[in-house]
Design a protein around this ligand. Sequence first.
Ligand SMILES: [Zn+2]
Length: 136
Amino acid sequence: MQSMTKYYLLAALSRQEMHGYHLIQELEKITGKKPSTGQIYPVLKEMQKSGYITMKASSNGKKKIKYYKMTKSGEKFFAEMTKRFSSLIEATIKAKVKVCAHCGCEMIKGSVSKKIKGKKLDFCCNSCAGSFSRHL
Ligand SMILES: [Zn+2]
């Protein structure tokens, strides 16, 4: 859960600099649930320590507003996290369903695997595999 909060915060900050309240609104938009400041601020603090974000406090009249901004290393970290998440999701889906590279039909089992141009591709049948290689 904390790593998801971290990910959402970074996703929001990857678009623009934001103040704390704005971040809470962004998270509410993504998750459909309003996070508490107690959920957000420890994560923001931790990311500051890690050097992924910087915080700048400015005062607006009597109110002190904290602005958060993503650093270069935060961008790198976010990109790595995105890659990890998407390969995780991809792997989960791939483990269940294979898609024919030629006709696009989904196969649970009984697929034909062919190595084409160094890449392993799955087909639903030999005739799809044949048509695919002919149309390269
Ligand atoms: Zn097919």
